[in-house]
Design a protein around this ligand. Structure first.
Ligand code: NAD
Ligand code: IPM
Ligand code: MN
Length: 354
């Protein structure tokens, strides 16, 4: 079981250190090797996804990633930015299926920004397409051209999906729904965008092959509203790259903090990259303040999806539940009466619970 570990930037190395400790305590034959991705890789090599990381990631069975990016690199040309490294590795490894489960642990009901009764028992799976859409569509650019008689700067991107891309992500979503509550909500903007009209048409066609799954459609603006009005109406949500990016950050807050939301990005053979859904949190980096649980829970997803180690995955998840029940809280989920700890101490608590 070979794991390529990419701590990245900002809080990345801090949260990754805790996830690696947890994995190391599991009595599994895991081989972990580190490489640079993101801003740290730009600093060292000028390339956000350098060859060493490419080699290691391609040879590994799974990739565990912290987070990339930060203000230090924001002014660089686009192809040298840390985020380009992240998009590059997703595309390189063909990780088109991004699973972002938003689960509310009962102990965190009061940390959610919504009333406890609205979120109690929440368990949503967001299936986000990850290698297409406006993120990768061509043409794209910024240029100066004549517009209505004056020279102006124009910026443009292309929202585009080919049928095979839509079919393969919907297949993942239908199959996930079959294994869960058998409800699938496909989110689009078909009232305006042709690209997502095609998405909806294909979802309707495929629904015939999954008679046990109840398929519904929702426009993305309504979906954003419904997620905070009555989130428990959802079981599995499936959507494109950009809508999924936005809706999964929104859903994370229902669970108490974005520091709780893990993710798996899978190819067709369940080779995967696992990372928290949050970013490099430059505002709290280097201060032992970040919540490592999303990364630790991402490691649990890795054990489940890539390595078929369901028991070990549950052991890690149960340890997380236990530390929450014991009252351990990083600043992002802290409330009066609980025990405020730092990143490292949260890792210590998870290890003790294991
Ligand atoms: P962010 O997710 O990094 O931070 C948003 C807010 O959430 C901040 O206040 C931060 O302190 C807090 N937060 C995030 N993770 C936390 C954790 N584990 N524990 C406690 N608090 C946490 O989003 P941003 O500020 O918009 O982006 C910062 C940088 O991260 C940017 O360069 C962005 O491109 C990058 N980014 C990377 C990824 C990734 O690597 N997958 C994802 C999102 C953003
Ligand atoms: C995420 C991030 C990335 C995305 C950025 C950093 C490229 O926001 O993983 O959600 O938009 O996919
Ligand atoms: Mn995002």
């Amino acid at each position: 079981m070979k794991i390529c570990v990419l701590p990245g930037d900002g809080i990345g190395p801090e949260i990754m250190a805790q996830a690696v400790r947890v994995l190391g305590a599991l009595d599994l034959k895991l081989e972990m090797e580190e490489a640079l991705l993101g801003g740290c890789a730009v600093d060292a090599t000028g390339n956000p996804y350098p060859e060493a990381a490419q080699k290691l990631a391609r040879a590994a069975d799974a990739v565990l990633l912290g987070a990339v990016g930060g203000p230090k690199w924001d002014a660089l040309p686009r192809e040298q930015r840390p985020e380009r490294g992240l998009l590059g590795i997703r595309k390189d490894l063909n990780l088109f299926a991004n699973l972002r489960p938003a689960i509310l642990y009962p102990e965190l009901a009061n940390a959610s920004s919504l009333k406890p009764e609205v979120v109690a028992g929440l368990d949503i799976l967001i299936v986000r397409e990850l290698t297409g859409d406006i993120y990768f569509g061509q043409p794209r650019g910024i240029e100066t051209r004549e517009v209505e008689g004056t020279l102006q700067r124009v910026g443009w991107n292309t929202m585009i999906y080919a049928e095979y891309e839509i079919r393969r992500i919907l297949k993942v979503a239908f199959e996930a729904a079959q294994k869960r509550g058998k409800k699938l909500c496909s989110v689009d903007k078909m009232n305006v965008l042709e690209c997502t009209q095609l998405w909806r048409d294909i979802a309707d066609e495929m629904a015939k092959d999954y008679p046990d799954v109840e398929l519904s459609h929702m426009l993305v603006d309504n979906a954003a509203m419904q997620l905070v009005r009555a989130p428990k109406q959802f079981d599995v949500m499936v959507t494109g790259n950009m809508f999924g990016d936005i809706l999964s950050d929104e859903a994370s807050m229902l669970t108490g903090s974005i520091g709780m939301l893990p993710s798996a990005s899978l190819d067709a053979d369940n080779k995967g990259l696992y990372e928290p859904s949050h970013g490099s949190a430059p505002d709290i980096a280097g201060k032992n303040l970040a919540n490592p649980l999303a990364t630790i829970l991402s490691a649990a997803m890795m054990l489940r999806y890539t390595f078929n180690q369901e028991e070990a995955a549950q052991r890690v998840e149960n340890a997380v539940k236990k530390v929450l029940a014991q009252g351990y809280r990083t600043g992002d989920i802290h409330e009066p009466g609980t025990n405020k700890v730092g990143t490292r101490e949260m890792g210590d608590a998870v290890l003790a619970a294991l």
